[in-house]
Design a protein around this ligand. Sequence first.
Ligand code: SF4
Length: 491
Amino acid sequence: MMEAKEACGVFGVYAPGRSVAHLTFDGLFALQHRGQEAAGMAVSDGEAITVMKDMGLVTTVFDERKLSGLRGDMAIGHTRYSTAGKSDWMNAQPVFRGVGRAGFALAHNGNLTNTDALAETAGMLPGLVDSDSDLVAELLGQVFPPDAPERTREELAEDLETALTAVLPSVEGAFSFVLLDAERLIGVRDPNGFRPLCLGWLEPTDKFEEGWVLASESPALDVIGATFIRELEPGEMVIIDGKEVRSERPFPIERINPKLCIFEFVYFARPDSILYGNEVHGARRRMGQLLAAQKPVDADLVMGIPDSGVPAAEGYALGSGIPYGQGLVKNRYIGRTFIAPTQLERADGVRRKLNPLRDNIAGKRLIVVDDSIVRGTTTRAMVIMLREAGAREVHLRISSPPFQWPCYYGIDTPDKGELLASIKTLDEIVEFLDVDSLEYLTIQNLKTAIDAPGAGFCDACLTGTYPVPVPVPVELSARSPLGAVAAGTPA
Ligand code: SF4
């Protein structure tokens, strides 16, 4: 059960005549799983940009009254987890910068890795930079020209593109940005493409001309009736205005090195998302099938930990021929992550979130499939729950390799010293979790399951190989208790 918090969700829509605020609300609602701490949107009517954001879920922050007051031709939106910066209103997004008579808004998914260097460039004290998204907005604002009343709005809008072209090459790390000013909507994906970003199209109707959409994940397109066109390429900037949809490459070619986060496939993305051309659900089922072949075990029932362990459990059952069944019921009104400040409360949180189906479990030898183990606290609590419900044996199967290194690219993970696979051997983990056996999917089988030949992945948290230098040292020389040797990029 993944205990790390997700990245963030970003959304943008250019659709003159339609209610862009309602479209953005629906898009953000489809991306709620990527961030549940804060939500916001910025709407442009061609004259002014209005930003509305607050702490809480999308449905808490916005209601019909607020949405109907947000009129315009385009909008961007954001759902947030605080991977960098405190979890407070100040750091909710989109970020807005007023520059002279113009202004722009920015929403960011990811984490920058050279914040200190960028802060110095911006003339900000590194220790006082609260959010890396705010830092990028500051850098863009400095390049954006000062008040120039004689200039047309179109010229000013072009200056946002000029500012992006000037600033983006100096930005390192993970970033999928959506931005807007008075005239246009812009999407940017970093040269490694750590975080997803896709482009969609709204068909023209009798009443409306065509529209364009940018979203972290394709279900946000589906929900507003947009057609999925394609994923943005790593290092691509797409500019959408009333005239055209244009693609630019603001980064040096040598920095383009596709490294989509492999955990998007394992856990973060919705199962109905399209990544690297494949639906995530199918990849998760194949992970389960390969896991079944990796270390067969005799058992009575295969069950998945809701929700993200379920497709892999179905695949495991298919691969092993052992019946699939439900063993735990999830309280559907609880958020995807129960946010609890201490390990003890986190363990209690499992009981609030999951409850066993005793008739299905009692006396059975169970194969329990989950997506990952981070600290192990929630997994341990879940195993206790299954044993108390009468499980005779618990064989734990994990549809990803051991999670041993922290993420610096937009996922809020604990320090290395808190990662179970980093501090215990396989036997010690079996003992700690009180399971009868444990098997992790190998990295080779994980990539086989994703089935995107030739595609590049970030797998730093599983292998210790960081594709972009990270801001704090990692223990590169340490041999993990599970046997993998870190070979990462020195900080
Ligand atoms: S370190 Fe892990 S979680 Fe972070 S981007 Fe890479 S694969 Fe994803």
